[in-house]
Design a protein around this ligand. Structure first.
Ligand code: DLL
Length: 434
């Protein structure tokens, strides 16, 4: 395979008939079990407790349901290198996810892991429409965050002209986007909106740009947010999903059909479980996404509980790929607020807010406990300084109450007053005493 030839499907495995794909998954699942038994003491002990002492004990793919889970706390407790199944010297790269509580989650790659990740990103980005020679403006942070390097390596592998701008310095982002003619923008969705604002502030019109495609991920965003970004930047926005513990971006991504995110199933076995019982739900039903790595050397993980909520379908897609798709990614279980007994995802509030024309796509939820009861306030901005903020708040409060079942105070602040982020937006500020 030549790395720069133009092709719509990067790898034949993307269209493999499902029985063949499942056979490949079983073979690779056994290899993962073998690697864990040999090199990851914590995972090995759990497997033995579950009666699995050799790769051959996994007789069929569905046997994965009998295997024990791995959770984020395992990585935290083994910080920094305790979960690696290879000697530290074999790691050629380390990344980490920020982790809202204390220590980051450290992940690592062997040379083969990096090569596989690059291929997965080239595959996903080709699926999204990136072609050799396109100018790719990468505004994902470079550093411990996997976003920057992931899109960089994938874009380079395809043969795009990669511009490693990284996050921040938004005025310079705007200038470079115009001057270097970026056709593909890679960023978190919230940062894409910050760039759009910087363009406006610099007086750069969208028709001076050459943008065609936006590859966005790293945080949840609703269809309303996607439409807003598409309007502001005049591009087609596609969603990328991933997590450092699997590789970073490159776990799942949308094709132009935008009917869910194709999971790279030859590398990741996906399941959806009921987060309370731990049991696998029926296909198409919502629950917590769980992944098993199928080819990772440094950090093989069996049934890793992501904390992300979604559903999965393996019905055929219009694009011809046979890879299953994640639908309705709604956010993380940890971001779900339980206010006076009602469950609430920030994405639900985003959906409601952005359905109102005068509301700008910048908001956050503040939870407080002034007495013994939780109080929730939504802070959001109007689209312009001309909007009557008091009247807008008075209109939003009953709307939110009606659709969420919770009394939510609304504070419409001045344009620009909701804090912006260079990477993932902070949507929930929890001021409850701990
Ligand atoms: O955010 C990897 C990534 C970078 C994916 C850039 C796509 C684009 P972490 O920093 O480890 O890795 O954070 C992983 O981010 O468990 C989800 O909660 C959330 N997340 C990532 N992509 C999406 C998405 C990267 N498209 C965590 N929709 C995951 C919703 C997402 N949530």
């Amino acid at each position: 395979m030549s790395a720069t030839s133009e092709r719509a499907v990067w790898d034949a495995v993307e269209t493999l008939p499902r029985p063949e794909l499942r056979a490949l998954q079983l073979e690779r699942l056994r290899a993962t079990v073998g690697r864990v038994l040999e090199g990851q003491p914590l995972g090995a002990a759990r497997l033995r407790d579950a009666g699995v002492t050799a790769p051959g004990d996994v007789a069929a793919l569905d046997d994965v349901m009998r295997l024990p889970f791995t959770v984020k706390a395992d990585l935290r407790d083994s910080y920094p290198f305790g979960m690696f199944a290879v000697p530290r010297e074999q790691l050629v790269r380390v990344h980490a996810s920020s982790g809202s509580h204390g220590k980051p989650t450290v992940v690592g790659y062997t040379r083969a892991d990096l090569e596989a990740w690059t291929e997965l990103m080239a595959r996903s980005m080709t699926m999204a429409g990136v072609r050799p020679g396109m100018v790719l403006h990468n505004a994902n942070g470079y550093g411990l965050f996997t976003g920057g390097h992931g899109f960089h390596d994938g874009g380079q592998r395809i043969g795009a002209t990669v511009i490693p701008v990284s996050g921040g310095f938004s005025a310079r982002q705007a200038m470079l986007l115009r001057d270097l003619g970026g056709q593909v923008l890679c960023a978190t969705p919230s940062y894409a909106l910050v760039i759009a604002q910087a363009l406006r502030e610099a007086g750069i019109e969208v028709d001076e740009l050459r943008l065609e495609l936006g590859l966005f991920g790293g945080e949840p965003f609703t269809d309303e947010m996607r439409a807003q970004i598409e309007r502001e930047l005049a591009l087609t926005a596609l969603m990328f999903y991933g997590l450092s513990e699997m590789c970073g971006p490159g776990v799942a991504a949308e094709c132009p059909a935008r009917a869910g995110l194709h999971v790279q199933e030859d590398h990741f076995l996906v399941e959806v479980i009921d987060p309370n019982s731990g049991l696998v739900v029926d296909e198409g039903e919502g629950g917590e996404l769980v992944f098993t790595t199928l080819a990772k050397e440094a950090l093989p993980l069996i049934r890793y509980r992501t904390g992300d909520v979604g559903s999965v379908t393996s019905e055929p897609c219009g694009c011809g790929r046979t890879l299953a798709r994640i639908r309705s990614l709604r956010g993380r279980l940890d971001d779900m607020l339980i206010v006076r007994g009602v469950n609430l995802f920030p994405s639900h509030v985003e959906h409601l807010l952005l359905g109102v024309e005068e509301v700008a796509p910048h908001y956050r939820l503040i939870v407080e406990r002034p007495e013994h009861m939780d109080e929730l306030t939504v802070e959001c901005e109007p689209v312009s300084a001309d909007v009557d903020r008091v009247e807008l708040a008075a209109r939003l409060e009953p709307l939110l109450r009606e659709h969420t079942g919770i009394r939510i105070a609304v504070s419409v602040v001045e344009p620009g007053a909701v804090p912006r982020s260079e990477g993932k937006a902070v949507r929930v500020v929890d001021r409850r005493p701990t």
